[in-house]
Design a protein around this ligand. Structure first.
Ligand SMILES: [Zn+2]
Length: 68
């Protein structure tokens, strides 16, 4: 196990392996999606799907749209 710093929110988290921590290198699903959203904004500005700014339900819907 090692302590890593989330590349999105800079929070520290412990990492053992990718099976126990599927969101690596991020601390959470939210941080992974935020990073994905930023990447999408930079790469596919034409698509222009707005990032959800609400709670878990919005994020769940967003994740469905991402096909993940
Ligand atoms: Zn994070």
């Amino acid at each position: 196990m090692s302590v890593l710093v989330c590349s999105q929110c800079k929070r520290r988290f412990s990492f053992t392996n990718t099976q126990e921590h599927p969101h690596f290198p991020f601390c959470s699903r939210t941080c992974r999606l935020i990073d994905l959203g930023e990447w999408l904004n930079e790469s596919y500005t034409v698509a222009g799907a707005p990032l959800p700014d609400g709670g878990d339900e919005d994020w769940a819907r967003f994740e469905e749209q991402m096909g993940d």
